[in-house]
Design a protein around this ligand. Structure first.
Ligand code: AMP
Length: 311
């Protein structure tokens, strides 16, 4: 089943304690589609300026990313520059040059309007609503947002949430949106405002899925080398949505698997700068990492069986 992403296509310059990169492929739609396309084909809607290294995107097209919705217009591409603290926990945005992204009005090509799985990357919630108006009959809509929109377009965002099945945000965003510091209460608050599920990402502490049918937690993969956390959230979303689109199953059990696939893809994203780690990544490596998660959390409950008393 078709999977569509609408989001930023950027040139990222990132400084970490381990190195730096300039004008590397980035943006939510890029991280999402590069990670997701290893699992299921992805259709992309976005905008780039005349200075974008488009041939690098075209190379990605060969592996199942349909760029039919990427507009190329005169002007500068969106550029984002960030710097991470020593422990990679904090990120400072040094520069955001919107360029052609400032006037982005997503136009969904006719051929993409039957998309059944839709991911609305972090853009103005008014534009996210405009995307939904162009999609005929989506089965599962997921979206992301950020502090800026939560603060400046709260009412539109709340209107959007009523039309969304899954909200994927980080813990700070969940707290800001709900006004509650406790993430589980924040999740309840968000579920009352529309989405059937909320995924709260907590960086190196993992991610939690909350829905009416229960709560599921997936750890972050215990990596000894983390290079650049940029895009981990979008790669997570790419893995999560691509798994659901590939399996055509939105049951709670399968959403749990999607969480693990998402966490696996997020863990690959941070092992290199930009989207480099996905270049040579094989299906076997992805499957092995997914299996490794089950080993991380598996334990024998037999000694604690009911009626046995404390072992
Ligand atoms: P994440 O690390 O998951 O927050 O995603 C980082 C990506 O978001 C980078 O590749 C940036 O290019 C992109 N980005 C940064 N700021 C914005 C923004 N205001 N709107 C859309 N995308 C952004």
């Amino acid at each position: 089943m078709t999977l569509l992403v609408v989001g930023s296509i950027a040139l990222d310059s990132v400084e970490t304690p381990f190195g730096e990169t300039a004008d590397a492929l980035g943006g939510s739609a890029v991280f999402f589609s590069v990670a997701g396309s290893l699992i299921h084909p992805v259709q992309v809607v976005g905008v780039v300026g005349h200075d974008y290294p488009y041939e690098r995107l075209e190379r990605l097209a060969r592996r199942g990313i349909d760029l039919g919705g990427v507009e190329r217009i005169q002007g500068e591409s969106f550029r984002w520059k960030g710097k991470y603290s020593y422990d990679l926990q904090n990120r400072e945005t040094l520069e955001t040059r919107l360029g052609v992204f400032a006037a982005f009005e997503p136009r969904i090509p006719e051929a993409f309007r039957d998309a059944r799985h839709v991911f609305l990357g972090n853009i103005d919630p008014e534009l996210q609503l405009g995307v939904l108006d162009q999609i005929h009959d989506p089965l599962l809509v997921a979206c992301d947002t950020m502090n800026y929109w939560i603060q400046s377009k709260r009412d539109v965002l709340l209107e959007l949430l009523r039309r969304v099945d899954v909200l994927l945000v980080n813990d700070a965003e969940a707290r800001q949106l709900s006004g509650d510091w406790n993430i589980y209460r924040a999740a309840r608050w968000i579920l009352k405002h529309g989405p059937r599920y909320i995924v709260i990402k907590q960086g190196e502490y993992g991610a939690v899925l909350v829905g009416a049918d229960g709560t599921f937690y997936v750890p972050a993969f215990p990596l000894e080398e983390v290079f650049d956390p940029t895009g981990a959230g979008d790669a997570f979303a790419g893995g999560f949505m691509a798994h659901l689109a590939r399996t055509q199953d939105v049951s709670h059990e399968n959403l749990r698997r999607a969480m693990v696939v998402g966490s696996a893809m997020g863990s690959f994203a941070v092992e290199r700068f930009s989207v480099q780690r996905f270049d040579e990544l094989t299906p076997d490596e992805i499957a092995a990492r997914v299996r490794a998660f089950s080993e991380l959390v598996r334990f024998d409950t037999e000694p604690f069986n009911e009626g046995q008393g404390w072992p």
